[in-house]
Design a protein. Structure first.
Length: 178
């Protein structure tokens, strides 16, 4: 449950300090038991390494999977979790990137007046922004919005972003605040 790739019975035997044959038999029994009980997950033995790429050498490993009939529920759960609303800080940071791209984290932080590193990591993880090179003078990473950003915002291109000028305060309004 904590691995990204199938694990061989040899490695599992080493970890639990038991004989390989005993571990292999226990894995097969668990797989059968989970199936018989109709669990929402299953333990599968699958090809790994060269075997997974069509090599004649057969190497297998074990991994937990969602049971096929439960996959739609799991998919909805995962998808709904990724559709969580963005925080105000994330929306502000995303707006700065959208209007100023390509832009470095330090420039986004300077514009917002707060450190945006954590928010940028969130936007990267959600696929709304991506790295797009480095700043020539400083070597800082530059960021831009992604196609997924356009899709989620319902835009065909960045040209469809609303004009900011009407939303900015006038020089007179700014003087009145000081």
């Amino acid at each position: 449950m904590v691995v990204d790739e199938p694990v061989t019975d040899v490695l599992l035997a080493q970890v639990v300090e038991r004989p390989k044959g005993e571990v292999a038999e226990a894995l097969r029994e668990l797989a059968e038991e989970y199936t018989a009980q109709g669990r929402g997950f299953e333990l599968r033995e699958v090809g790994v390494g060269e075997a997974a790429r069509g090599s004649a050498a057969v190497s297998t490993g074990w991994r937990m999977y969602s049971r096929t009939e439960c996959a739609p529920v799991v998919e909805r759960f995962v998808r709904d979790g990724q559709q969580a609303k963005l925080t105000q800080a994330a929306l502000e940071t995303l707006a700065v990137v959208a209007y100023r791209q390509p832009v470095s984290r330090s420039k986004v932080s300077a514009i917002r007046g707060v450190n945006c590193d954590g928010v940028m990591r969130t936007l990267l993880a959600r696929g709304l922004v991506e790295e797009c090179g480095t700043e020539h003078e400083t070597g800082a990473l530059l960021y831009q919005t992604t196609g997924y950003f356009l899709e989620r915002m319902g835009l065909k291109s960045l040209d469809e972003l609303p004009d900011l000028a009407p939303l900015l305060p006038t020089a007179a309004e700014m003087e009145d605040e000081t």
